[in-house]
Design a protein around this ligand. Structure first.
Ligand code: PLP
Length: 382
């Protein structure tokens, strides 16, 4: 399948060759357990929690193919993927280096939960060589980054982060949720593990919660072992829905990319807007890095309005198309204030330190028409 384009692989990769009962679409195997067949190890038994039903196998093969990696593990949520991966490579006395501005749930996990297991954490000022050297300790084991950060849409020096990790023997992990494999494949620049909240673009329809860890077979086996014990397994029905959603990922991402670009260009020129955070705008932080590494700038952007404290609520109320809700990556546009939703678990001081203003507005552009979205934002701003 590797010779085929992303669009073709999204449809055909991972599918079982022998069509079961003649079914064109892989049916849902809604059975918790399978006949014992002489297996000699626990992980080879067939049982939903062991992540090895036909529905798991198909969705994992497709995920690995899209990320151009060896193997994938699908998990019960994005947070399950992140916690499974971190806890597989960190233990008491170890040190984690993490990018500064990341998803609030991830930040909460590493600041509030990991220290309870004796794991130390430091945030990097940025991903420059200098900051990486400054942050490194003799017990540093893992580096964690996001390809496009949530919610400030920064694309930092990812090549340097992967290279540094390799040189220093760290396991490099990157949350690629915001970019999606259509826009960026981190394994190609040397990251060891790619993490996803499949809840977002990969499923794309805001109707399930799922996660994935993708990378080398030896790493994924280790993480699967943890996942089996922690029990954060995806149900076959959710695997089926996720697998279905993935088939249209490249088509959807094309529309998301285009819509965000149109909206960002419009918002950057509007007198009511103070600042637009979007890696596709020339002059924005990470624009050159994104142009070099990515094949699209993604469907996410954030903005701050002028006189934000007085205007933001009114603006949100006046929008007709985007639904005011947390999460992202669905076919419908979503809009939210991270200080009240995705990053509400952080203290005000932590948000300030990460550069997340109280009135920052994050937009997940859906697949509606760009013309309609721009017109809606225009009427709300005007
Ligand atoms: N990673 C990123 C970048 C996210 O935005 C989110 C959720 O918003 C997660 C991980 C967690 O995903 P889930 O809600 O599927 O656990």
């Amino acid at each position: 399948m590797a010779k085929y384009s992303m669009e073709t692989r999204a449809v055909h990769s991972g599918e079982s060759r022998g069509k079961i009962g003649g079914a064109v679409i892989l049916p849902i195997f809604q059975t918790s357990t399978y006949l014992y067949n002489g297996e000699s190890s626990y992980e080879d038994l067939r049982y939903i929690r062991l992540n090895n039903t036909p529905n798991h196998d198909a969705v994992c093969r497709k995920l690995a193919s899209l990320e151009e990696a060896e193997t994938a593990l699908v998990t019960a949520s994005g947070m399950a993927a992140i916690s499974d991966a971190l806890l597989s490579f960190l233990e008491k006395g170890d040190h984690l280096l993490a990018q500064n501005c990341i998803y609030g749930g991830t930040r909460d996990l590493i600041v509030r939960d990991l220290p309870r297991y004796g794991i130390e954490v430091d945030f990097l000022e940025d991903l420059s060589r200098e900051s990486l050297e400054k942050g490194l300790r003799s017990n540093t084991k893992v580096l964690l980054a996001e390809s496009i950060t949530n919610p400030l849409m920064q694309v930092e020096n990812l090549v340097e982060a992967a290279k540094f990790s390799r040189e220093k023997g760290l396991v490099s992990m990157i949350d690629n949720t915001f970019a999606s494999p259509c826009n960026f494949r981190p394994v190609s620049i040397g990251f060891d593990l790619v993490l996803h909240s499949c809840t977002k673009y990969i499923n794309g329809h805001s109707d399930l919660v799922a996660g994935a860890v993708i990378g080398k077979d030896e790493h994924i086996r280790k993480i699967n072992h943890r996942n089996i014990h922690y029990g954060a397994t995806l149900d076959p029905h959710a695997c089926f829905l996720l697998h279905r959603g993935m088939k249209t990922l490249p088509l959807r991402m094309g529309q998301h990319n285009g819509n965000a670009a149109s909206l960002a260009e419009f918002l950057a020129e509007h007198p009511g807007v103070e600042r637009v955070y979007y890696p596709g705008l020339p002059g924005s932080g990470g624009h050159e890095e994104t142009k070099r590494l990515f094949s699209g700038f993604g469907g996410m952007l954030s903005i701050e309005l002028k006189d934000a404290a007085e205007k933001t609520t009114q603006f949100l109320n006046r929008l007709e198309l985007p639904v005011e809700a947390p999460s992202l990556g669905g076919v419908e546009s979503l809009i939210t204030r991270p200080s009240l939703t995705s990053h509400a678990g952080l203290t005000a001081a932590e948000r300030k330190q990460a550069g997340i203003g109280d009135y920052l507005v994050r937009i997940s552009t859906g697949i509606e028409s760009a013309k309609d979205l721009v017109a809606d934002f225009k009427q709300a701003l005007d």
